[in-house]
Ligand binder design. Structure first.
Ligand SMILES: CC(C)(COP(=O)(O)OP(=O)(O)OC[C@H]1O[C@@H](n2cnc3c(N)ncnc32)[C@H](O)[C@@H]1OP(=O)(O)O)[C@@H](O)C(=O)NCCC(=O)NCCS
Length: 174
């Protein structure tokens, strides 16, 4: 039985009470290719960041290179284990490289099926908004992420170089 059926995951927007755990995760991801908190900058006040996310979710005050979307915290038994960024539509960059969904699981909670469940739920959220199939991408050597996408039914479209020449995979799901 998949782990995710044992521990149900909650996906919800970040709230004020998440500040310590979310910023700890953000720091832990510093230096990796991945930002745990999208568009967060060092020292930004947490309430201000949450306000910004809620404007972006509604498509208000979006920077030119952003599309409406949501960043959701993933919690297992009330503990922050990861996050997912869901883009409700694609711009040229996302249509080429980024895709509709980006997820991350905090290192100590990996290999428990959380990313697979996060992606499954994110696909449902997108489908409810009329977005299906969804474009998913990952580095060619990111075996974990590729496995997660394939477990959610991902169909490999192609492997090609990203904007830095690094091979990445494009999948369609749904
Ligand atoms: C990729 C990532 C999200 C996977 O999260 P996770 O919660 O560990 O994934 P799951 O537990 O759902 O893994 C499902 C399967 O993928 C495979 N897998 C996961 N991580 C793996 C790894 N590091 N190496 C090889 N296989 C891996 C396994 O087969 C695993 O199932 P199993 O544990 O039953 O064998 C996580 O490693 C992460 O956050 N990495 C950094 C950010 C990132 O790369 N995000 C994706 C960007 S496209």
């Amino acid at each position: 039985m998949p782990y995710a059926q044992v521990v149900p995951l909650e996906l919800r927007p970040f709230v004020l009470e998440d500040e310590d755990d979310a910023l700890r995760a953000w720091r832990d991801f510093q230096g990796s290719r991945f930002a745990f908190l999208t568009s967060y900058y060092e020292g930004q006040a947490w309430p201000e960041y949450l306000e910004m996310l809620s404007r972006y979710r509604e498509g208000r005050d979006l920077p030119e290179d952003h599309v409406p979307g949501t960043l959701l915290a993933a919690l297992a038994d009330g503990v922050l284990v990861g996050r997912v960024s869901i883009r409700f539509r694609l711009n040229e960059y996302l249509a080429t490289y980024g895709g509709h969904i980006g997820y991350a699981v905090i290192e100590r909670y990996r290999r428990r099926g959380y990313a697979t469940e996060i992606l499954r739920r994110a696909l449902e959220i997108l489908a409810a908004k009329g977005v299906s199939p969804a474009l998913l991408t990952c580095d060619d050597d990111n075996i974990g992420s590729a496995t997660v996408i394939e477990r959610c039914g991902g169909r490999l479209e192609r492997v090609g170089p990203d904007e830095h020449g690094v091979p990445f995979r494009r999948y369609w799901v749904g």
